[in-house]
Design a protein around this ligand. Structure first.
Ligand code: SF4
Length: 457
């Protein structure tokens, strides 16, 4: 009982987080930056911050994450980190020769008040940015928001590279949000099947799920190029997947460069994928290809075959807003009861959206934005559940309360596969169902008395 001190009684906590359901802004910014081709993320702060961001991403993606740091010491902490960053830009281009340096701030540099834009302009004037190379920056103070906010801020900076020429390129900008590299691959496969030409950013496929080739590549093949990002201002529209991760960049492109945007839910589960496919079909002006209808039919078939095992099961979820919204909708469509839902990312809109989705669910639903794992555990103690869905940190609750756990979201530190097996789209829906069914039926097998232990379930 590692969490044996969690009491069942819930008392008000206004200024205390226990076991956060989020991590810090720069981690999101670093993940987004890795989705740019030839990019070296740079953490403008102390070495400790950078080490934490890199190790969290390395543990989740099982790939070495390269990133540089401004290495603040006492002097920079007091007088500002401009000199460190200028030196770093010079060193990085000389030693590693990336196409792009994507700088994000940290709590420390934000508190000092370092001005990234001014430092970048100074670096340009001093000739520290070679011709054809790019430095972009995002403000990611971690005392507000979460890793999701940091991701969104860096994606918005990418959108800032757009340079419209006045001639449309016939492509659609697709902002996939914080999904796995394999999910980005799956989205690209679906778009290609439908015949949509696209610019996807960020795109970590081929960067964080590449093969072991025996050759070390400092900058893998994948990632959106700066050229594509510049062209994003000439696109015919933008599809932003997820209000929290992607909408800001899409709305900025719309307001600044008149690239019309639609904000959709992330395509997890049947209904959200239907909406994504329909949006693509409308943009491309085509009918849905047979292959896509076939995949949809397979998902519907599995839902009908296995509905008896899903029906009325109570579920607790922890994770990030965009993912939780689509997953909750999917669970409701399976006649499951998502009863406790927590995200560490703040935002009342999340709670309202979940209430809308779960309006017809025949149970009381607890939902909290800016909540923590401690609260989720307390809710579970008061109203037990059949299933827990969330990241690796949920394993402590799952163990103490003896609940089957489906690992999904970020970070997953103790399992493999999430970077290779997509959970978006119809095929991804099959994967989600397979994972849920696996743990529910394993539990049924484990708990069945001998007289009712069945070979066929
Ligand atoms: S100090 Fe701030 S930026 Fe650095 S690791 Fe901690 S929360 Fe993240």
């Amino acid at each position: 009982m590692l969490l044996r001190h969690t009491p069942k009684e819930i008392s008000g906590r206004a200024a205390l987080t226990i076991n956060p359901a989020k991590t810090c802004q720069p981690i999101g910014a670093m993940y987004a930056a890795l989705g740019i081709h030839g990019c070296l993320p740079h953490s403008h702060g102390s070495q400790g911050c950078c080490a934490y961001h890199r190790s969290t991403l390395t543990r989740h993606y099982k790939e070495p994450i390269s990133a540089a740091t401004s290495s603040f010491t006492e002097g920079a902490s007091v007088f500002g980190g401009q000199a460190n960053l200028l030196q770093a830009i010079d060193n990085i281009f000389s030693v590693y020769d990336p196409e792009v340096i994507a700088v994000h701030t940290t709590c420390l540099s934000e508190t000092i008040g370092d001005d990234l834009k001014q430092i970048r302009i100074k670096a340009e004037k001093e000739g520290k940015i070679p011709a054809g190379k790019t430095v972009l920056g995002a403000n990611t103070p971690s005392y507000v928001g979460s890793h999701v906010t940091g991701f969104s801020n860096m994606v918005k900076s990418m959108a800032g590279l757009a340079e419209p020429t006045g001639k449309k390129n016939g492509k659609v900008n697709v902002i996939p949000g914080w999904v796995e590299p394999c999910d980005m691959e799956e989205l690209k496969r679906l778009m290609s099947l439908i015949g949509v030409r696209f610019i996807m950013f960020p795109d970590t496929s081929g960067v964080l799920n590449g093969p072991l080739s025996g050759e070390y590549a400092m900058f893998p093949e994948g990632g959106v190029t700066v050229r594509e990002l510049r062209s994003a201002g000439d696109s015919i529209g933008t599809l932003a997947l997820g209000e929290w991760c992607s909408a800001d960049a899409a709305r900025w492109l719309d307001a600044r460069h008149k690239v019309p945007c639609s904000v959709l839910d992330m395509p997890f589960g049947l209904a959200a994928t239907d909406r994504f496919i329909d949006a693509l079909r409308t943009i491309a002006g085509v009918s849905i290809p047979e292959q896509v209808s076939h995949e949809r039919g397979q998902l519907v078939d599995m839902i009908s075959d296995m509905h008896q095992y899903f029906y009325s099961r109570k579920v607790a979820l922890a994770g990030d807003p965009d993912q939780l919204i689509s997953m909750t909708e999917f669970l409701v469509s399976l006649d499951m009861c998502p009863v406790h839902i927590v995200t560490g990312t703040p935002g009342r809109k999340f709670e309202e959206r979940i209430r809308e989705i779960t309006g017809e669910v025949p149970c009381t639903v607890n939902v909290r934005a800016g909540g923590d794992m401690f609260l989720l555990h307390q809710w579970i103690k008061n109203e037990p559940v059949d299933l827990l869905i969330g990241n690796t940190y949920c394993k402590y609750i799952a163990r103490d309360e003896d609940i089957p756990l489906v690992r999904w979201g970020f970070p997953i530190l103790d399992r493999q596969g999430h970077q290779y097996f997509p959970t978006v789209g119809y095929k991804g829906g099959l994967r989600i169902l397979e994972k849920i069914l696996g743990v529910l039926l394993d539990r049924q097998d484990r708990d069945a008395p001998e007289k009712s232990f069945e070979l066929v379930m």
